[in-house]
Design a protein around this ligand. Structure first.
Ligand code: ADP
Length: 161
């Protein structure tokens, strides 16, 4: 049973992420979308909101499971008996950061392998941070995030204002 873990903040989940997920699915038996729960990091969606939303969004895809974790990724990976990490690369900034993380994670957990997917040119300009900036300024983010997520983002924004 090959379990792969796609860790991230997913604040919010974008078409950049969903495209990586669709491409990673044939490489594993089970794919865990692992939402990092870091109370220090200010987040637009709460982790429980992310859990509910993303569980509903991927409900038809039986190979996908949505979990949250806190602490070290390698500890979480060992706990769930997984050794494959999925990450996406958009540019050289991602590359430098991801390279350091992948090498360090392997030092901490030698069985671990990180598999990288190069972002599709259609999606490589999408970042969750930029999406939130556009949203806060009332721009149209519909080309970049799934419809269900866009609706929830707008509801959150209305509550915050
Ligand atoms: P993190 O806080 O861990 O960077 P993100 O949710 O921003 O969490 O990203 C999770 C993973 O998805 C990272 O590997 C990131 O490089 C990748 N990713 C983010 N946006 C895109 C995109 N538009 N295309 C491809 N990969 C992406």
């Amino acid at each position: 049973m090959k379990t792969a873990v796609y860790p991230g903040s997913f604040d919010p989940l974008t078409y950049g992420h969903t495209h990586i997920i669709q491409r990673a699915l044939p490489c594993c038996d089970k794919l865990i979308l692992a939402i990092i729960d870091n109370p220090q990091k200010k987040s637009f969606f709460s982790h429980t909101q992310k859990l509910d939303l993303y569980k509903a969004y991927f409900s038809k895809e039986k190979k996908i499971e949505i979990l949250t974790f806190s602490g070290l990724l390698v500890d979480f990976m060992q706990k769930i008996d997984a050794s494959i990490v999925i990450r996406g690369l958009r540019n050289t900034v991602d590359f430098e950061y991801e390279k350091q993380m992948a090498v360090m994670n392997k030092k901490l957990y030698p069985q671990l392998e990180t598999i990288f997917f190069m972002a599709d040119p259609e999606y490589d300009i999408i970042s969750s941070t930029l999406i939130k900036e556009i949203l806060n300024l009332h721009g149209d983010i519909s080309p970049f995030v799934p419809t269900e997520i866009n609706i929830a983002l707008k509801e959150n924004l209305d509550h915050k204002q």
